[in-house]
Design a protein around this ligand. Structure first.
Ligand code: SF4
Length: 393
């Protein structure tokens, strides 16, 4: 009887040990699958010159790189500073070393060209109710697992269908379509820097405004050069945490914060977008830290867009951001003294209207991307005369 009991106990211990091991295995499997596998899709790849030519890509010498021994080059456009051997291209997939020189593969090769309301950028303090000629090439220098445009941002340029449009043609189309601005958007415009810069120079000659919608991951020298021809920017602050940037975007926060400061120094009208993702960057302390940093470094007049997340790319299983989370984040920002906070990606709720920070009256009423009412006159509140930051004509 005693032996039977001890056998039963041994079996029970064995059974529970097996269960424990299975549970640990399942946990590790789940933990692993939740870890972003960014490096697997962002390795340095090669593209031979003949293949680039066959795919009708550009072989345009890049700005901002230095030559290294043995025909290697180092790109100096973004903080990655990729070092490339012959025929290797950078993390962004669109800058390549041929014969010891760095080339852009996407100059004049946009994959996305649209006439958009400027509110879609989003820019709420720049020429309301006007159209912006918007374009992008393939490629990106980040690897966000929640990317909303991953089909083109994560594409190799030889696989993405492009148009051939010179900077002159872009400007002509923009004028023909009655656009008041050109927006570099959808993917990360930094990676088609030379194309963007040439379009910006021509746009200035023709009186068009220029808009950079960006992740802000760029080196100081190219940014300062771009600022000479730039009117406005919307910069993503994807999460106020180095770990968030490291784990989910394959980049780092510090260079992005530096970009905000440089844009302020250069007098570029800048708005900030923070996409709030449930369980990833919706921590109230993180949001409070972000608003503190904005207030101290950029001032309380910077327009902030708190954007609702929808399931995308590698985050298809996440739920959309609850409206409550967005409202609570807005409340935190208001308490920190921010004057212009908008909730984006939420239709028809009046959450993207603008109010005068002084007299509290309605300045701009929006429905989706359209403007229903505008009470700003000559850049001021028409009721109390308060100056409203932005570009109004
Ligand atoms: S722009 Fe592209 S090639 Fe240049 S450093 Fe950044 S990722 Fe590398």
């Amino acid at each position: 009887m005693k032996k039977n009991n001890s056998n039963k106990i041994s079996l029970a211990v064995l059974f529970s040990s097996v269960l424990l091991l299975i549970a640990i295995g399942v946990y590790q499997l789940l933990a692993d699958s939740a870890t972003p596998l960014l490096s697997s899709v962002h390795k340095i790849t090669k593209l031979k010159k003949e293949a680039a030519q066959k795919a009708d890509l550009s072989i345009k010498e890049a700005m901002y790189y230095r030559k290294l021994p043995e025909n290697m080059v180092q790109c100096g456009l973004c903080p990655r500073k990729c070092v490339l051997k012959e025929a290797q291209r950078g993390f962004c997939r669109v800058r390549v070393n041929y014969g010891g020189k760095l080339y852009s593969l996407v100059y004049g090769k946009p994959v996305s060209v649209h006439v958009d309301p400027i509110e879609k950028k989003p820019l709420y303090h720049v020429l309301p109710a006007t159209s912006s000629f918007s374009l992008a090439t393939a490629g990106c220098n980040l690897g966000c697992i929640f990317c909303q445009n991953w089909e083109i941002s994560q594409a190799y340029p030889e696989n993405a269908r492009h148009q051939n449009l010179s900077p002159e043609e872009i400007i002509n189309y923009a004028i023909k379509e009655k656009c008041e601005s050109i927006a570099f958007t959808y993917t990360e415009p930094t990676i088609f820097y030379e194309y963007m810069l040439d379009i910006c120079k021509l746009a200035k000659e023709k009186g068009l405004k220029t808009i950079w919608v960006t992740c802000g991951y760029i080196e100081e020298a190219p940014l300062r050069e771009l600022c000479k021809y730039l009117d406005a920017a919307n910069v993503d602050l994807k999460g106020y945490s180095e770990n968030f940037y490291k784990d989910y975007t394959n980049s780092s926060l510090e260079p992005v914060l530096r970009t905000f400061k440089i844009l302020k120094q250069e007098g570029i009208h800048t708005e900030l977008t923070n996409l709030i993702i449930p369980g990833m960057n919706d921590n109230k302390n993180m949001i409070a830290g972000m608003f503190d940093w904005i207030a101290i470094n950029l001032g309380t007049d910077v327009p902030v867009h708190l954007s609702r997340f929808y399931p995308h790319y590698q985050l298809k299983n996440k739920p959309p951001t609850p409206i409550k989370t967005l409202l609570e984040a807005k409340e935190i920002g208001i308490k920190k003294g921010l004057n212009y906070i908008y909730i984006g990606n939420v239709a028809g709720k009046g959450l993207s209207d603008m109010y005068c920070p002084k007299c509290k009256k309605l300045l701009i009423k929006r429905l989706g991307y359209s403007v229903e009412e505008n009470n700003i006159q000559d850049g001021k509140c028409k009721f109390c005369g308060e100056e409203i930051p932005g570009i109004w004509k």
